[in-house]
Design a binder for this molecule. Structure first.
Ligand code: ATP
Ligand code: LTN
Length: 330
């Protein structure tokens, strides 16, 4: 069975972007692949966090992933910091990557811009991400469009390490969904929908109430002209809303164009809000049940055990190749 690995940061409530761009596909892949899904809490430390809030968000992120359909009986769901091999291989990846490569990462440029203080971790973030992926002999990495560059770096680092020290790591492939891979902010379609957006109307969260969803959709920016047509170059805001609608209601965009021919934005937004509400309703219900059950923590303990079992020999292999002694690893 081919292996899948992907990660989600516990940096805030999950957004509709996280769901449509990544988690929905994680769920689909669990039927055919040996999947490892990780709550990447060490990545979340690249920007200072309140410890109490982080502790809650780690379990809540896992709870939402399960509520969205991931079944711990089928996948390995775990927390990154529970498996020390991630931090260890990360240092090795930092020493494999070059300063130039890390400097070219667009996420670093975007996230560091305008900040007074930028952690070293924000800069070396992609090396930790490469370690995450390579530790599991991963074949496929499903991610949203924004993470493609990081997965490509992980590939380059695997190839470089293998050519320097001998065959050690499997070279992974990114898989990006054809549509929905870059859901945009409702407040500004030139930016991606993000959990850490400061605009309260930019993102729809998986935990939003019906009222909040209706309000956010009603306030979503639109383009000039009143026709409901998909034209990403000239009508980027509407194209984004049509993409969301199409994914949430499982209706092709052309069909939506037909449905709203001759109607205005008010009708369209009403339908869109309803589609989002119906899409999130079952997830919210399962999330409530999950959070009350204690099942999430149990699943994470078992997940960490399985993750450790697979990653420990890979780390050992890499250390051996480098000439590091492995005295304590048997
Ligand atoms: P932040 O928004 O704070 O930068 P993030 O949501 O991008 O964080 P993650 O939680 O690690 O970061 O993302 C989890 C997955 O969701 C990744 O595969 C990422 O590519 C995908 N993703 C994130 N935002 C979007 C979006 N707007 N559209 C599509 N996919 C997205
Ligand atoms: N950087 C990713 C999260 C992440 C990840 C990974 C994704 C960390 N490690 C390994 C895929 C594979 C992000 O979405 N911000």
């Amino acid at each position: 069975m081919k292996r899948v690995f992907s990660g989600v940061q516990p940096t805030g409530g999950l957004t509709l972007g996280n769901y449509l761009g990544a988690i929905k596909h994680f769920v689909r892949l669990q039927e055919e692949y040996d999947c490892f899904y990780c709550v990447v809490d060490l990545h979340a430390l690249t920007v200072p966090k309140d410890p109490k809030e982080l502790r809650t968000l780690i379990v809540d992120t896992a709870a939402y992933m399960m509520a969205a359909g991931l079944d711990p009986e089928k996948v390995t769901l775990f927390v990154q910091s529970d498996v020390p091999a991630h931090s260890e291989l990360s240092w090795i990846m930092e020493c494999t990557a070059t300063f130039g490569e890390l400097s070219r990462m667009t996420q670093f440029k975007e996230k560091s811009e305008g900040r007074e203080s930028v952690s070293g971790g924000l800069f070396t973030y992609p090396a930790l991400m490469a370690a995450d992926i390579l530790l599991y002999d991963t074949d496929v990495v499903p991610v949203g469009e924004d993470q493609k560059q990081h997965v490509e770096l992980a590939r380059d680092l695997a190839i470089r390490f293998n050519s320097r020290y001998g065959d050690t790591f499997k070279v992974p492939e990114p898989v990006i969904p054809k549509t929905g891979a870059r859901i945009k902010s409702l407040a500004d379609p030139s930016r991606k929908m993000s959990k850490s957006d400061t605009d309260p109307y930019g993102a729809i969260f998986l935990g939003d109430s019906e009222d909040e969803i209706v309000k956010k959709v009603r306030r979503a920016v639109t383009d000039s002209g009143r026709e409901i047509i998909y034209d990403p170059d000239n009508k980027p805001a509407l194209a984004n809303l049509l993409t969301i609608y199409s994914h949430c209601a499982d209706i092709p965009i052309e069909k939506l164009e037909e449905m709203y021919a001759g109607k205005g934005y008010a009708d369209f937004k009403k339908g869109l809000a309803e589609a989002v509400i119906q899409c999130l309703k079952p997830i919210q219900k399962r999330h409530r049940e999950m959070s009350e059950s204690g099942y999430v923590k149990e699943a994470l303990v078992e997940g960490a055990r399985k993750a450790m079992e697979v990653s420990t020999p890979v780390l050992k292999r890499a250390k051996e190749r480098l000439g590091l002694p492995n005295h304590m690893m048997g």
